[in-house]
Ligand binder design. Sequence first.
Ligand code: SAM
Ligand code: SF4
Ligand code: SF4
Length: 334
Amino acid sequence: MTDVRDQLKRPVRDLRISVTDRCNFRCTYCMPRETFGRDYVFLPRDQLLRFEEITEVARVFAGLGVNRLRLTGGEPLMRKGIEQLIGWLKEIDGIDEVMMTTNGSLLVRDAEMLVAAGLDRVTVSLDSLSDEVFMAMNDAGFSVATVLEGIAAAAAAGLDPVKVNAVVKRGVNDGEVVALAEHFRGTGHIMRFIEYMDVGTTNGWRLNDVVPAREIVATINGKFPLEPVDPNHKGEVARRYRYKDGAGEMGVITSVSQPFCRDCTRARLSAEGQLYTCLFAGKGTDLREVIRTEPDKLGDVISGVWSARSDRYSERRSEASLPFPKVEMSYIGG
Ligand code: SAM
Ligand code: SF4
Ligand code: SF4
C-alpha cells in the first residue's frame, strides 16, 4: 500500500461512492422540487459507472490507503443489483468496512439481501418523528413509520446498531431534537444530528437556518445529561456524547460551527465517475474517461489528484473566493 498524502499531509482513508443521482424523496434541503421536478434530467444509465468500474476505482483507492467504503446517492437502494456491487467491494484487499447511507424507505424490502451480500453497517436518515414535519421535509409523502420499520428491519437482519441521521433546520425541525434523542436512547441505535450545510446551490441555505451543534447538545443535555466520548478513529466526523444514565450514545456533526477539515480523509466518487476531494468542490476529475480509455493510468491519476489536494472549505466558508457553483448533495452523496 502507498500511503498517499495531500498538501496538508492528510491521508485518504474513506471513499464515499454515489451509485445514483436519483431519489424517491425530495428533501427540501437536498433536492428541492422547484429544481428537481418532473422536468429535471437525471444521468442517463450509460453514463453511470458500471459496478465493475466502481470496484476498480475502489481497488485503486484501497492501494492508496482507503479502508472504509460508503455507498450513497441519491438513494442508493434505487440502483438495481446493488448487492452485487457490495459483494465485489467486500472482496477488495484492505477494505475493512462497506457501509451505506439510505433514507430507509426500501430497507424492509432490502435489509436481508444487503446483509447477505456483506454490508457491514447502515446509516438511516430520519429528520423527525412527527409525520407532519417529516412529510414537509421529505416532500414525497413518506411516513415516519416507513423509516422506523426500515430501521427495525435493518437491525433484525443484523445491521445492529443503526446510526440515525437528522439534519436540523431552524424553525423546521429544531423542536424535534429531544423527541428523536429520547426515541433512540436505550435502543443501542445512535442518533446523530447534522448541522444544515450550504452544499450545492439550490437549497437556498442561510446561516440563520443552521442550529449550531452546541445548542443541540445543550438542549438534549437539559433533559438527558450527557458527557463527551473520545472519537473512535482520527477523521471521525461526529462528536460523540454518552448519556450519563447509561442509555447509550448520540453524536453531532459540526461541519458549519466547528469545521474538521484538518482531519478530513474522505474522497468522493459521483455516480458518473467524477472524483471530488471536498463536499463543497466546484469541479471534479473525470475517472470514467480514464477507466474507459487508459485504465492503466487510474492509479497515477488518483494519487496525483489526492497529492495536489488542499481543500478546507468549511474552515474558509466566509471567504469570497470560494468555488461557485458547488456540486449538489444528491449528486455527490454527502
Ligand atoms: N438518500 C440517502 C439519505 O438521505 O440518507 C443518501 C444520500 S443523502 C445526500 C446523505 C446524507 O446527507 C443524508 O443523511 C442527508 O440528510 C444529508 N444531507 C443532505 N443535504 C444536506 C444538507 N444540506 N446539509 C446537511 N446534510 C444534508
Ligand atoms: Fe434523497 Fe437523501 Fe437527498 Fe433526501 S437527503 S433528497 S433522501 S438523497
Ligand atoms: Fe473535508 Fe471539504 Fe468538508 Fe473540509 S469542507 S471537512 S475538506 S469535505
